[in-house]
Design a protein around this ligand. Sequence first.
Ligand code: MN
Ligand code: MN
Length: 466
Amino acid sequence: MSENNEIKELKEKLFLQRKNGCTRINDEELAACDKFCEGYKSFLDSSKTEREAVTSSVKLLESNGFVPFKKGMSLNAGDRVYTVNRGKAVIASIIGTAPIQEGTRICAAHIDSPRLDLKQNPVYEDNDIALFKTHYYGGIKKYQWTAIPLSLHGVIIKADGESITVCIGEDENDPVFCVTDLLPHLANEQMKRPLAQGIKGEELNIIIGSRPFKNTDESGAVKLNILNILFEKYGITEADFISAELEAVPAFKAKDIGFDRSMIGSYGHDDRVCAYPSLMAAIDCKAPVHTTITVLTDKEEIGSDGNTGLLSSYLKFFIYDIAEALGSDGRTVLSASECLSADVNAALDPTFPEVNERNNCAYINRGVVVTKFTGSRGKSGSSDASAEFTGRVRRLLDKENIIWQTGELGKVDEGGGGTVAAYIANLNVDTIDLGVPVLSMHAPYEIVSKLDTYMAYRAFLAFMND
Ligand code: MN
Ligand code: MN
């Protein structure tokens, strides 16, 4: 053997392999990635808010044998149940063949995404234009939300308690809405603002109309005309906005990106790109040994507080109920459980590589990314998975030939972020983050790779079956 070959072989044996996943799978599996992502794209388009994601998920669950869970019902191995929390979060579970005290396999993703929420008294008229005031939800770069088409989704609870579901701007024939930005010709002063203030929170106003009621020049006639249209369409008055949750999101559809169609551009990959694969893994998981729990939660983007976020007890209560139905108790089951916190990580962006440390960041197409810890300023706020549990997940992924990589969010002290991992770990569950790398995360249009998305599905399925 030549010296060169020996060096090459030794390198292969001793160095961490970090290659484009496309070089490591065959054409058949690459085709499986593409096929899986067709389903994902339609899920994206029909699930732009947490409520819509719950509706789409329940539809998929019910058509695949899952039935609503009721406390006190008897449960047996193979039973498939789900429960919805206030229309904004859903838990699906398959009862395993092993005794429940041996623990569950939890996959936890979130279905809320950054957006513009309407204020409670949103409608106003200014200079003959009617607008909505908004309060942004989650971490956004505000300037990105101007001059793009927006659709409006949500619910309005009327004075008499009736609930109206709203979805305008998704159908080809629907109107859309828009936040304006200054023309460059008159933006001399605005362009001197730091980027974070290029557009300020109170400048995120959405245009909703411009014609006066019955073409009168009465003051407030444009606003009156809009309210009249809304009254005729929904039977609502201005006061009904107070008891509404209306969310403006990008009106774009999910599309393939690139000449090679290797990626998907869409609003809301964070975190539907983990929610959909973990939901499909639950649906495709046939007879698990350990009971599986798939939770698609709300409120992650604003810190997980509130009764539909994972800092609330709803997941814990569900597991307690399952444990009880199977003759055990919640603390025993939780203490023996394992969790993949299914959330995205940042992919290295070739245009902005300086925020990452190249040996420890995620890359598009290198597979699902395992993130041992998140947090910021010295891992603060992270649950930091143990070497033992990281090793266990590593062995599982390798055994199943799943393409995966390790990656942390950015350079040390560059910034940071968190996921729901810490809140589940706090229930005494072994937890690690595993998800899909994203380009332009939290932008109105985010990008993921089809290979990574499919590898996430395979990872969740392997974990549930293990
Ligand atoms: Mn996320
Ligand atoms: Mn996020």
